[in-house]
Design a protein around this ligand. Structure first.
Ligand code: NAD
Length: 329
């Protein structure tokens, strides 16, 4: 039985699974593989060096899938401030109709996408921000718990409580994001009222993911203890893989008097993190990872992953129904 929700209907996808918009990872090959597997693949706009390169990436993705896919635009502090409006315009002009926004002050972008008839998924880490995004007219919220990779916000609320609040207080569909890598997490998200899930780290560790095989193997070998928060003292917290560089950054941040961004800029630069994915050296730079690394034990194709998760959710739900029936006898 397919898992049909308001999100599958709205996005015209077979399974309510959205791929996270990961820097250096959300490229055409992965986005197309997720879409072909029945989920929604996302191209990460800022992974492309400029809006014209994003146009090319959109064309490449379209050549690999006839299914819907979207574009992620994340607005966070950056070493080189990106041309967000340029990326947005390029994607809309190329015919993209689904966007994921994330980060600070997305109002203008959301307005632009909605004025062009697009569907907007907005990722947020508090119910307060979720309600504000809903007022801006977004169609779907992606509620990102503290377990997530990358930027979890500064309020440290885990997915279980965030999603239960979302169920009570949000009037539009929402996805559960952060900490989900298997059928149990997927079923739990549905039980918490979510219309689907968003997964990032899990998709990093698939055959079609563009990162080096050694990093995929590192994820498989890791436990939930292997991530750490950096930028806590700069109020731009990011959950990343625990390695030599991230521990050095944490040590600098803990120095008496704290750290300025300039003190760690060279260590944390995204360009350096990109080399990790290219060469397979896990200690070369900062790379994002969620605590669900502790749940990842294999490197499947996207199609196998989603098929296994779908079947697992069906089994869990039917087992739960059996428990309910037995308890009534
Ligand atoms: P970058 O090289 O510009 O910066 C590296 C890291 O430092 C990022 O986490 C960034 O937020 C942080 N940073 C930059 N300037 C800062 C400042 N003044 N104070 C505090 N922190 C600061 O980043 P990048 O890897 O080239 O990525 C480009 C942009 O995309 C960044 O804003 C980044 O946060 C964002 N991003 C997006 C995703 C996504 O999933 N779409 C994932 C990771 C990062």
């Amino acid at each position: 039985m397919p898992i049909t929700t308001p999100v599958t209907k709205l996005l015209k996808i077979r399974m309510p699974v959205v791929q996270g918009g990961m820097q250096w990872v959300g490229v055409p090959k992965l986005a197309a593989a997720v879409s072909n597997a029945g989920g929604l693949g996302l191209l990460t706009a800022l992974t492309q060096p400029n809006p014209d390169a994003l146009r090319t990436a959109i064309k490449e993705t379209r050549a690999m899938t006839s299914k819907p896919f979207g574009v992620n635009i994340t607005l966070l502090p950056s070493i080189q401030p990106p041309d967000y409006a340029g990326y947005a315009r390029a994607a809309v002009e190329e015919g993209v109709t689904i966007f994921e926004t994330a980060g600070h002050s997305p109002g203008e972008l959301i307005k632009y996408f909605k004025a062009n008839g697009c569907i907007v998924i907005h990722k947020c880490t508090t119910i307060r921000h979720a309600k504000s995004a809903a007022k801006h007219g977004v169609d779907v919220l992606s509620i990102d718990g503290f377990e997530c990779a990358g930027h979890p916000g500064e309020e440290d609320i885990g997915g279980l409580v965030l999603l239960a609040r979302a169920a009570k207080e949000l009037q539009i569909p929402y996805l559960a994001s952060g900490g989900i890598a298997d059928a149990r997490g997927f079923a739990a998200a549905l039980a918490l009222g979510a219309s689907g899930i968003n997964m990032g780290t899990r998709f990093m560790c698939t055959v079609e993911s563009p990162i080096h095989q050694k990093i995929k193997e590192k994820i498989v070998a890791s436990s939930e203890q292997d991530t750490v928060h950096i930028f806590r003292t700069l109020h731009n917290t990011a959950r990343v893989f625990k390695n030599k560089i991230s521990m050095e950054v944490v040590a600098i941040e803990r120095r008496p008097g704290g750290a300025k961004f300039e003190d760690i800029r060279e260590l944390v630069s995204g360009q350096r993190g990109r080399v990790v994915y290219e060469t397979g050296d896990p200690d070369y730079g900062i790379w994002s990872a969620g605590i669900c690394v502790g749940l990842i034990n294999d490197i499947p194709t996207c199609a196998d992953l989603l098929q296994t998760m779908e079947k697992g959710v069906e089994d869990i739900i039917s087992d739960m129904q059996l428990v309910v029936v037995k308890s009534k006898l």
